[in-house]
Design a protein around this ligand. Structure first.
Ligand code: ZN
Ligand code: ZN
Length: 257
């Protein structure tokens, strides 16, 4: 069995096909998926998915790209996270790719999420893009290690992976690792210890080869696992078992169903 550790089933393309998406997961041995929140306004729909389906979980958080949205504080995040199907805080982090002026509000929001995660005892889902040094700095300053978590959709260097691993974090690979030109990332996927690896789709984005360019869905996380198995010269079943174990170890509030 495989677990998709990060997807957005509340986004319109996937929400409109909810039953088909769940059926495709079952047909592809994808047993569970974590539906990740990007703004509080949409959180009720994310949580509703997790309440409707025993094998879906939810997170609560505000993405660093979401501006003009309700700004969370620690109390609000903690209150929303106090639900048995909410297993993580995020996605949160820094993204200087779209916000080229590296705004202070992103860093303040990230700090709020780290504090909330530590306070409520649920792990962090960290998004970082073109901001690795600041991301790691804030994680150290706010003691993100005390909350634990995952660097999701990892696209950074081996050195960044090493620093995140030193903080006790897991590294999650998306369909990007299947792209032919992702040479450096493939090397990182060979390097990360097996007991710290996660797999994800980030659906509806980043469909893996051979579905590149289409609307991604959790069923296709299998292609991410296949590529990692190939790169590490390990049986697919071993990657499946390890990433599933890792998921339930990290997201310890997630109940297997
Ligand atoms: Zn992200
Ligand atoms: Zn995402």
């Amino acid at each position: 069995m495989f677990v998709d550790s990060h997807c957005h089933l509340d986004f319109p393309d996937l929400a409109a096909r909810e039953d088909a998406v769940l059926a495709a997961m079952a047909a592809n041995r994808v047993s569970h998926a974590l539906c990740v929140s990007v703004k509080l306004e949409d959180f009720p729909r994310v949580l509703a998915l997790a309440e409707r389906h025993a094998n879906l979980f939810a997170s609560v958080g505000v993405h660093p790209d979401s501006d003009d949205v309700e700004e969370p504080d620690e109390t609000r995040l903690g209150t929303l996270a106090d639900h048995p199907k909410v297993v993580a805080i995020g996605e949160t982090g820094l993204d200087y790719h779209w916000q080229k002026d590296a705004p202070e509000w992103q860093r303040a929001r990230f700090r709020t999420h780290i504090r909330a995660a530590r306070a409520c005892g649920k792990p962090l889902i960290v998004h970082t893009r073109s901001a690795a040094a600041d991301t790691l700095r804030l994680m150290r300053e706010e003691d993100a290690a005390g909350a634990g978590g995952v660097m999701h959709c990892f696209t950074e260097t081996r050195e960044v992976a090493e620093a995140a691993l030193d903080l006790g974090f897991y590294i999650s690979f998306s369909g990007i690792v299947t792209f032919r030109n992702a040479t450096d990332l493939k090397a990182v996927a060979q390097y990360v210890p097996l007991d710290r690896l996660l797999i994800e789709t980030d659906a509806p984005y980043l469909a893996p080869v051979p579905h590149r360019g289409k609307t991604n869905e959790p069923a296709w996380v299998v292609h991410v696992a296949e590529e990692i198995a190939r790169l590490r010269n390990e049986p697919l079943d071993r990657i499946a078992a390890a990433t599933t174990e890792n998921f339930f170890r990290l997201f310890r509030h997630a109940r297997r169903s």
